[in-house]
Design a protein. Sequence first.
Lengths: 114, 112
Amino acid sequence: KAGVTQTPRYLIKTRGQQVTLSCSPISGHRSVSWYQQTPGQGLQFLFEYFSETQRNKGNFPGRFSGRQFSNSRSEMNVSTLELGDSALYLCASSLSGGQNTEAFFGQGTRLTVV
Amino acid sequence: SQKIEQNSEALNIQEGKTATLTCNYTNYSPAYLQWYRQDPGRGPVFLLLIRENEKEKRKERLKVTFDTTLKQSLFHITASQPADSATYLCASRADSNYQLIWGAGTKLIIKP
């Protein structure tokens, strides 16, 4: 079956602009989580959506937002981009997000803010 | 707060030897621990999941242990190969909200 698909793979934006990233989870997966990863850093949790509702949220400013659609596809939006937002953004889906469910990651979107 | 800690220093191992990575958790008692592999510029890939009542779990050259007394999981790669070089991440879901909590990862370098 198809894996997690993130689009676009690469993106270059200017400071102050806004950006929308997309994630299509594995079919049947209802939980989608987003992470930010900068070079040499671990995974920084942004938020998780389950059945169109935000279930968990990390410690990121309000410029970072997301949503999930009825088909479980998810989008993440960053407004008023800053240079420090340059990072690899990863999306992960899991069946239910329950205790014993693993996460399946997409290839990521590499965002560069100039 | 619930935390997972991994040795942030890179681990250098000679090819053919066994690599052992450590994952410690604090302030909670996870029912499961998960291990992932991440290559540069790519998303993590799930490797193994172990339950708290399983002492160890194996998959090919990989072995994971779960010690609830020490609050620790060990990840072993036997007969290591240069292709095993990557960052290995430990994770588990929080008690209350099932959010995945991640360690910072340990970079493993296998030298030929």
